[in-house]
Design a protein around this ligand. Structure first.
Ligand code: SF4
Ligand code: SF4
Length: 410
């Protein structure tokens, strides 16, 4: 079979990802445009060989730039490494693919090599920027506060939003079957990325991984996107001798800032989990951060902390909900934030196609350029009240006194 290297995508052949509701897709960048409703009950292999995915694979293999993959085409035309190129580089190295595709005479796939596994919304945190679909703690809170305008926003988009959020979680039969098909009984798997909720809460999944024979473990790269609340060194010891184990720990700040923005977090515990694991297995930790209004005043403290501890750092920018984004940072506050950021220690930037590699100058540039939005600013202040109610938390303006004058305004 001839394949066109300019459009061929190994993800459509060998990679599967499930969403919280157990619908499936082949990569995270299709998530925004394609909902594969009705795929909940398909096994990973049935999904990969469903007519829609076969057709996508065929078109890409034959040189067609299909519209669903616009993120990759845009990156490639801007000279940025696309997910397609990164997955191809990861999967096709070693020359095996030439033999595989020379023998191939149809567009059905025979194996799944990469899996992104979302465990559902089971989580022990209720972070400021999260929602019921991703956190069971927030689900419980929102069920008791359906009349809030912030919950109503989600219900206006989808009246079944809370109902659907309820039925996810790592204890569901659909999820457990998916794990067995994809990991326990799939001898081809080479890379597994676990996401949540909080994936380290799924003890059953950890046990399945731990019980794998060494001969399989040695070929598999594991990644966990975690909130850092579980002991990472103990988890690593339980898992055993995998080819590589990485933890991508999501942090919104250090100390009180982290505990405020990630409700449920205990900073000293998280810090010791990270440092202990990094000492035990050098290079196994990355810190991921999402730039947003409620934490940006203390971003310099987090950057100094990762710099001091020599931990790789990646930054994303929150766009939704817009009332939590950088759009609500008052113009007069920006120079204060920027001054702090101009004096941070050097830090290592994660190099990955999943994240824009933000240098300190790029972070400052983003803050400078964002246009203030008064409507969202007013909603932000209301949301802070909504977030803080019924929680044992200091007031936002005590954690970030720089904001006080803006909250005192009538
Ligand atoms: S969006 Fe990119 S990585 Fe995803 S299937 Fe399309 S080409 Fe492949
Ligand atoms: S830890 Fe992750 S899933 Fe849990 S509430 Fe925070 S952002 Fe949401």
């Amino acid at each position: 079979m001839e394949i066109n290297p300019d459009t061929f995508c190994a993800a459509t052949w060998f990679q599967v990802r499930n969403r919280q509701d157990m619908t499936k897709t082949v990569c995270c960048q299709l998530d925004w445009t394609t909902k594969d409703l009705g795929t909940e009950k398909l096994t990973p292999m049935e999904y990969m060989n469903s007519p829609k995915i076969i057709n996508m694979r065929k078109q890409l293999s034959q040189g067609k730039k299909i519209k669903e993959c616009s993120v990759c085409w845009r990156n490639e035309s801007n000279g940025v490494l696309s997910l397609r190129q990164a997955v191809n580089e990861q999967l096709l190295r070693g020359g095996w693919s030439e033999l595989y595709f020379n023998k191939k005479d149809n567009y059905e796939t025979d194996m799944i090599l990469i899996a992104d596994v979302k465990i559902g919304n089971t989580c022990n945190f209720a972070c400021i920027m999260c929602n019921a679909q991703d956190s069971s703690k927030i689900y419980a809170d929102w069920m008791a506060n359906k009349d809030s305008e912030f919950v109503e926003d989600y219900l206006k988009e989808d009246s079944m939003y809370l109902e659907k959020s309820k039925s996810t979680g790592y204890k569901t039969n659909l999820y457990r079957k998916h794990i067995n098909d994809l990991i326990a009984n799939n001898k081809h798997i080479l890379s597994i990325k676990m996401l949540g909720g909080e994936p380290l809460m799924d003890k059953n999944l950890l046990q399945i991984l731990s019980d794998m024979p060494s001969s399989r473990k040695k070929k598999i790269h594991l990644q966990f996107v975690t909130n850092g609340s579980h002991n990472l060194k103990q988890t690593t010891e339980l898992l055993g001798n995998f080819k590589k184990i990485e933890y991508h720990v999501s942090l919104e700040g250090v100390g009180t800032m982290q505990e405020y923005a990630r409700y449920g977090a205990n900073w000293s515990q998280i810090e010791s989990h990270i440092l202990e694991q990094e000492e035990y297995m050098n290079g196994s930790i990355q810190v991921q951060h999402v730039m947003q209004a409620s934490t940006v005043c203390k971003l310099h403290e987090l950057i100094n902390w990762v710099g001091e501890n020599n931990i790789e750092f990646s930054v994303d920018n929150l766009f939704s909900p817009s009332y939590l984004s950088l759009q609500v940072v008052p113009n007069k506050l920006k120079p204060v934030i920027i001054k702090h950021l101009q004096n941070v220690k050097p830090f290592a930037i994660v190099q990955s196609t999943e994240y824009t590699p933000y240098s300190i100058n790029a972070i400052i540039d983003t803050i400078e350029k964002i246009v203030f939005n008064k409507t969202n600013f007013d909603r932000y202040k209301k949301y802070i009240n909504f977030y803080e109610r019924d929680k044992v938390l200091p007031a936002f303006v005590d954690v970030c006194p720089e904001w006080k004058e803006y909250f005192d305004e009538v």
